[in-house]
Ligand binder design. Structure first.
Ligand SMILES: Nc1ncnc2c1ncn2[C@@H]1O[C@H](COP(=O)(O)OP(=O)(O)OP(=O)(O)O)[C@@H](O)[C@H]1O
Ligand SMILES: [Mg+2]
Length: 293
């Protein structure tokens, strides 16, 4: 049975085949969204317990924080810990409500309804993670409103169906506070449907641990990388839009662990991606040389 469902989903996920294959409506195998192996996540505070309590009452959650600080990893870890399927959607400004909710597709037998990822998650009882929700247009964002208040419902207007969310369903969104212009911020009526948690780059000891474990680099090198990052993070707002993320430190560590000379590895992962400004690059390279020169 599971195989059959998987087979069906393979067809559903293939854009070309989707329109020609006959697809059983709304049957998606939850198994494929379950995370089997524990995603490594290093706690930085009370976030594990707080999130579990929020999930207990199915509170929609907003995870705030700069790029590469562990938001997605945290959500993956929590989905694994709670044993719930996780459906992640990367939002962008071209996304329409139909991309989330679903649409009618043409096939050889006529039209068939295809659930979008949000609908699939609501039916299945998954945790639905909308990554960078702010990127989506406001008319897209409002489709989550009835799902994120006492109604926990999702109207499929085009289909004329009102879905009641599965008791296990939870909506989680990520939000990058630094990047929003006034035009692009979420509406208060959206924000105030969520509990929220602030994430940031972890404190020194924890970050060293993360970089060493994730990249396989020696902790002494990981410590140097973290110290360089601290210097760069002080430049945020003084020529840099954003500091060096934990993700980039892991990248640097991975290269160094593979034998790339540290100066090259750091320049490739911690300087060049961040800025094109020559002065700023000099400043960052000087910080790198202080530790690896
Ligand atoms: N607390 C942590 N425990 C384990 N790994 C972490 C942690 N924080 C960051 N990382 C590492 O940093 C990388 C980036 O984290 P992640 O992808 O979760 O960032 P993000 O906050 O979702 O960024 P973005 O906003 O760009 O999507 C992870 O792949 C992981 O290697
Ligand atoms: Mg992410």
């Amino acid at each position: 049975m599971a195989n059959m469902l998987q087979e069906q989903f393979k067809h559903r996920s293939n854009e070309e085949e989707r329109v020609t294959m006959s697809v059983t409506e709304n049957v998606v195998d939850a198994e494929q969204y379950l995370i089997k192996d524990e995603p490594y996540y290093e706690p930085v505070g009370k976030e594990l317990a707080l999130y579990e309590s929020a999930y207990d009452v199915r509170m929609p959650m907003m995870i705030k924080g700069p790029t590469g600080c562990g938001k997605s990893r945290f959500v993956e870890h929590m989905a694994w810990k709670l044993g719930k399927p996780l459906i992640t959607v990367a939002c962008n400004e071209d996304m329409t409500a139909s991309d989330l909710v679903g649409r009618f597709l043409l096939d050889k037998d006529g039209t068939k309804w295809q659930d979008g990822p949000l609908t699939t998650a609501a039916r299945m009882g998954a945790i639905c993670y909308l990554d960078e929700i702010v990127e989506a247009r406001q008319d897209t964002t409002v489709v989550i409103h009835p799902l994120t208040d006492h109604r926990r419902s999702l109207p499929l207007d085009k289909k004329g169906e009102l879905i009641q969310a599965h008791p296990d369903f939870q909506l989680v969104i990520s939000y990058n506070p630094g990047y929003q212009s006034l035009m692009k911020d979420l509406k208060q009526s959206t924000k105030q449907r969520f509990g929220a948690m602030d994430f940031d780059y972890p404190e020194e000891k924890i970050e060293i641990n993360i970089v060493a474990k994730e990249s396989g680099v020696d902790p002494v090198i990981a410590e140097k990388l973290v110290h360089i990052a601290h210097r760069a993070r002080n430049l945020k707002g003084h020529g840099l839009d954003e500091g060096i993320s934990t993700r980039l430190l892991v990248y640097a560590g991975q290269l160094i662990a593979k034998g790339v000379p540290p100066l090259d590895a750091c320049s490739m992962t911690m300087v060049t991606p961040l800025t094109d400004d020559p002065d700023m690059r000099d400043t960052l390279n000087a910080a790198v040389e202080t530790f690896f020169g």
